[in-house]
Design a protein around this ligand. Structure first.
Ligand code: NAP
Length: 304
């Protein structure tokens, strides 16, 4: 099997692996710390060295579980790039507090959230920190101040965003000294609105790679019972044969990776065989007509 290559996320770095292991669902994988470490080592061996976290994932538990595994072999830290995110304040069910989940990108909140992520992961530095979701009350100057402090203290190397529109991206960028290195967005054949609303055009223009989340629509590619999903499964099955792929998931990853904004693709599965399937997608050669066949199957009509 080929090794997943590292790619430059933005003109001045950093480098991520072309496939990134997502850890949102880690709490559901029922692995003990040793099994978590083995899983990490296995995907790093395939070249998948970048891992994706967020402070909100399972209320911090995903970072804690990952940190426990890393502690068993601290030398692994040097072999991976850790991405995490801040900005969604959930409610801890146990406390029964009377408040709603909300976004918070105030300077103090960013600093506190990052400090907590570092503690849970048991590391000194994040390779990249992302704003998880656009905050309607975002004061870009405050975010810039927080980023500057985190950079100077060595706690974070690079910064990016997630689920930002192109204007939100430009607004934050206008206050920063260093370029934002990614916009992590949903891209899959069921939902590819970022290919249509200018988000990926902007990233292509700036030569900044998107990180594509939920490439398999959170499993919906296989399980959704809508007309759209049925049409898609038909087209993807046909393409699986044509491309000599092993599975429709390989075809989906190849479809996402073909976009000229050059996404890196997040993997959501905790099953190493499925991670291997995703790696196999890198060898597939999908032509333009085949890419559009997925587009047409998703929309249910031909291109105008
Ligand atoms: N920035 C954001 O707002 C945001 C939002 C969502 C996600 N993310 C990131 O993106 C990563 C990936 O997202 P995701 O987990 O939604 O990815 P995904 O790949 O779209 O979905 C993963 C789900 O699909 C299932 N699956 C995979 N292959 C399958 C198959 N062949 N048959 C049936 N089910 C299959 C997996 O189950 P198994 O585990 O059983 O294989 C898992 O439940 C996350 O871990 C997170 O890091 C970011």
């Amino acid at each position: 099997m080929s090794i997943v290559q590292k790619v430059l996320m933005a003109p001045q770095g950093p480098e991520f692996s072309q496939l990134v292991q997502g850890y949102w669902r880690l709490g559901e994988w029922n692995m003990n710390a040793q099994a978590r470490l083995t899983f990490l080592k296995e995907h790093v061996e395939m070249g998948i060295s970048t891992v994706d976290h967020a402070a909100i994932y399972d209320a911090g538990n995903c970072e804690t579980l990952f940190g426990e595994a890393l502690k068993l072999d601290p030398a692994m830290r040097a072999q991976i790039e850790i991405v995490s995110k801040f900005g969604i304040n959930g409610i801890a069910p146990a406390t029964g507090e009377k408040r709603v989940s909300h976004y918070d990108s105030s300077k103090q909140s960013i600093l506190t959230s990052t400090e907590n992520s570092l503690k849970r992961l048991g590391v000194e530095q994040l390779d990249t920190l992302l704003v998880h979701r656009p905050d309607f009350l975002m004061d870009a100057d405050q975010v810039a101040e927080a980023f500057s402090e985190l950079k100077q203290s060595g706690k974070v190397k690079h910064f990016g965003v997630s689920n930002f529109t192109s204007s939100q991206f430009d607004l934050l960028q206008s206050r920063l000294d260093a370029p934002l290195v990614t916009n992590q967005v949903e891209i899959n054949p069921i939902n590819f609105s970022v290919l249509e609303d200018g988000t990926c055009d902007q990233l292509q223009q700036y030569r900044v790679r998107p990180m594509a989340w939920s490439c398999l629509a959170g499993g919906g590619i296989f399980s959704e019972q809508t007309d759209q999903a049925r049409r898609l499964r038909g087209a993807l099955t046909e393409l699986t044969d044509e491309l000599g792929a092993n599975s429709i998931e390989q075809v989906v990853f190849a479809w996402v990776l073909k976009h000229p904004s050059n996404p890196v693709a997040l993997i959501g599965s905790g099953k190493i065989e499925r991670v291997k399937e995703a790696v196999g997608a890198l060898a597939l050669q999908m032509n333009t007509e085949q890419w559009y066949r997925v587009w047409v199957a998703s929309k249910g009509f031909a291109v105008p």
